[in-house]
Design a protein around this ligand. Structure first.
Ligand code: ATP
Ligand code: MG
Length: 392
């Protein structure tokens, strides 16, 4: 039996019902190419209800598998043996795969995309099942089989495989428009960015830093996080916004207890200016309700009022433990917990107000030239770019 060189990637069939089917699949194909660039994938293309990948003889399947598992839009994928489209060839490969494994229970999962094939899926399940049962002292268990042998019959070819791997789910990055994610160096906001990417959005990352008021390690963390997140979206624009001089001006007129909310309202306004320049349709933060004083419902409402476009909070209903688990899974946690200086704690009393009302903050902001301050900070933003695979 030859080494298997074909990968079958299944996607969400629900997403295929709409008018966007073509665009969705094309994007998935392109993203799979970019995610696996340099790993010996010779070709990626779509065929009916699946995406196919063909590996070079030298390709390292473990490396390819790791990357394919991160591509949004893929639900399940397998490394499959391609066989001729006739029962004898299929049966021979099923037999060999069964011989190579030890198992007490098994099932055959046949699927016939081409109805011209002489046997129905049910007939193949029975016939192949009988054959395996004769050669091994194993019984069929449809629910908890030790070994599940899949047979997929397409129009001109057939595939046999045993192991199915979980894909990343969601929708292909690039199909959902662009968002601007306010990304600190913390645990939460990188997870928020990942969650938006998983729904198909391309994320521009906006990081505010207080360099040179503080050492500036948050900038390095932001770069490292951007690089890690880039593995999920293949093109990443990170905007580094100097926030120190604005903070120095704000402390002159904003009372201590209001400062966190004031900083946040300015961040939102600056991010909105940058978002419009980026063609982004919404802002995203990593807030989760009640996690810290600035994330009470009252303060969230007061911050929201400063935004002129939707301000999305994909983590709003998550517990810290759940967010940490997700950060570990997507690979950002280790960077996020490196020590740094949070610019939002600069010049802030130990117990900031948990309930800043809009009237209070509006009175203070009325003394400031808000538009000029916002524009000045936005214009000072520095761009860092990351790419993976080919660049369009
Ligand atoms: P995180 O873990 O994302 O830092 P947090 O739990 O520390 O969040 P806050 O400090 O209240 O919470 O920040 C709330 C949100 O505000 C962050 O998730 C992020 O979206 C945004 N934010 C805070 N600080 C910055 C920053 N320096 N640059 C960009 N966005 C920021
Ligand atoms: Mg933080």
């Amino acid at each position: 039996m030859r080494e298997p060189r074909d990968v079958l990637v299944r996607f969400h069939e629900i997403a295929l019902k709409g008018r966007n089917q073509g665009r969705f699949v094309t994007q998935l194909v392109d993203n799979l190419r970019r995610a696996t660039a340099g790993l010996g994938v010779r070709r990626v293309w779509s065929e009916r209800m699946l995406v196919r990948m063909r590996l070079d003889d030298a390709a390292d399947w473990e490396a390819v598998r790791e990357r394919v598992a991160t591509v949004f839009g893929g639900v399940k994928f397998s490394l499959a043996h391609e066989v001729a489209c006739n029962y004898d060839a299929i049966a021979a490969t099923v037999g060999e795969l069964a011989d190579a494994r030890s198992f007490e229970t098994f099932r055959i999962s046949a699927r016939r995309a081409d109805k011209r094939f002489p046997l129905t899926s049910a007939e193949m399940n029975i016939k192949l099942g009988d054959m395996v049962r004769e050669r091994h002292s194993a019984r069929v268990d449809l629910r908890h089989a030790d070994l599940d042998i899949h047979v997929d019959v397409l129009a001109k070819t057939a595939f046999v495989y045993t192991d199915e791997h979980a894909g990343a789910g969601g929708l292909p990055v690039g199909t959902g428009g662009r968002v601007a994610v306010l990304m600190s160096g913390g645990i939460d906001s990188p997870v928020a960015a990942w969650r938006m990417m998983r729904r198909g959005c391309q994320a521009t990352l906006v990081h505010f830093h207080s360099f040179p008021l503080v050492e500036g390690r948050s900038r390095e963390k932001a770069r490292e996080l951007a690089e890690k997140l880039n593995a999920y979206q293949y093109d990443t624009r990170l905007l580094m916004v100097p926030f120190a001089s604005l903070q120095q001006q704000l402390i002159l007129s904003v009372p201590g207890p209001l400062r966190v909310v004031a900083y946040r309202r300015f961040m939102v306004r600056i991010a909105e200016v940058l978002a419009r320049r980026e063609g982004a349709k919404a802002l995203v933060t990593g807030e989760s309700l009640g996690q810290v004083s600035s994330q009470t419902l009252q303060n969230i409402a007061t911050v929201d009022e400063a935004a002129g476009m939707p301000l999305l909070r994909p983590l709003i209903g998550m517990d810290k433990q759940e967010i940490i688990a997700q950060a570990e899974e997507i690979g950002t946690f280790e960077t996020s917990i490196l020590p740094d200086e949070d610019c939002c704690t600069l010049f802030v009393p130990r117990s900031p107000s948990t309930a800043v009302r809009l009237e209070e903050i509006a009175r203070v902001e009325a003394e400031l030239d808000v538009d000029a301050l916002v524009r000045h900070a936005a214009d000072a933003a520095e761009l860092v770019e990351y790419h993976q695979g080919h660049s369009p």
